[in-house]
Design a protein around this ligand. Structure first.
Ligand code: ZN
Ligand code: ZN
Length: 284
């Protein structure tokens, strides 16, 4: 099986993710790729790529992706959001590869820092959050800015509201509707530090280790999430869907399903989805 497609709330998640080997996901509703540890032919024409960090299993296939885009003639340059500290290295690597490739592997870089907000498209925005990993790393929260009529104007007839709006009167509050979150290669404290992750409609979260085949201590030493640390937080998740991914290859896909089935409390089973291929084998 080459790819997995999972519907999670109103978002489609397509790609592959195996901790330490590759993580590359395509979210068509965001016109975005999340990491590029594997280059996906489907989704290669996306407008945006959000890089969590520059470990090889998350960034290693960027040249391959850019090559695919050149081949099929994608009319726009890929916009790549990444931690500010990784910009120089990634840009230089692409410059060197462009020389041997004899074709420009150019990207539009958007350097990001924790707390920084950028517009993705229309009323959709992204905010970078700090994740906890041994190299510069970020997570991303996607939200829509929506306008809500202020309480004191709610009783007015529609025609009057329309008139006020056209006159430019300040009758709306601007709210953030939290849509989607992505946090990988991080200690679990990212959740307590960024409680909005518990509230986005769809959250993609790493959960590299699942049982005592790996100790919590060892998981923390590599700055990854262990299910032992996630279980006590279970009832804080208010998301429509939480998609767990980036599992270690010490588990088979069937192990992942069986262990999670056994350990996840019954009443939370529906909320959590596992990003694993059907059957017994990883993607390759
Ligand atoms: Zn990783
Ligand atoms: Zn990593």
């Amino acid at each position: 099986m080459s790819l997995t497609t999972l519907k999670a709330g109103s978002f489609t998640i397509r790609g592959r993710s195996l901790g330490g080997f590759y993580t590359g996901l395509h979210i068509p509703e965001l016109n975005a790729l999340l990491d590029v540890g594997t280059a996906l032919r489907t989704g290669a024409g996306s407008r945006n790529l959000f890089l969590s960090h520059a470990h090889a299993d998350h960034v290693g296939s960027l040249p391959g992706l850019l090559g695919m885009r050149g081949l099929v003639g994608v009319p726009h340059t890929l916009r790549v959001f990444m931690p500010r500290e990784t910009v120089e290295g990634v840009t230089k690597a692409l410059e060197h590869l462009s020389l041997v490739h004899r074709w420009s592997l150019a990207i539009d870089v958007v350097p990001m820092e924790p707390g920084q907000v950028e517009r993705v498209k229309g009323d959709l925005y992204v905010r970078a959050i700090k994740t906890l990993h041994p190299v510069p790393s970020l997570g991303y929260v996607f939200f829509r800015k929506i306008k809500k009529l202020r309480e004191e104007f709610k009783s007015l007839p529609g025609s009057e509201i329309g008139r006020l709006r056209h006159s430019g009167a300040d009758i709306f509050d601007e709210l953030e509707r939290l849509e989607f979150g992505y946090a990988t290669d991080t200690l679990p404290e990212v959740l307590a530090n960024n409680p909005e992750l518990f509230k986005v409609k769809t959250l993609i979260l790493e959960c590299t280790f699942l049982d005592d085949r790996k100790s919590v201590k060892a998981a923390r030493a590599g700055c990854h999430i262990h299910l032992d640390e996630l279980l006590p937080l279970m009832d804080q998740f208010e998301n429509e869907r939480v998609v767990l991914m980036h599992f270690s290859q010490i588990y088979s896909p069937n192990d992942v399903r069986a262990i999670f089935e056994k350990r996840c409390p019954e009443h939370q089973r529906e909320r959590f989805k596992l990003f694993v291929p059907d059957g017994e084998e990883w993607w390759d």
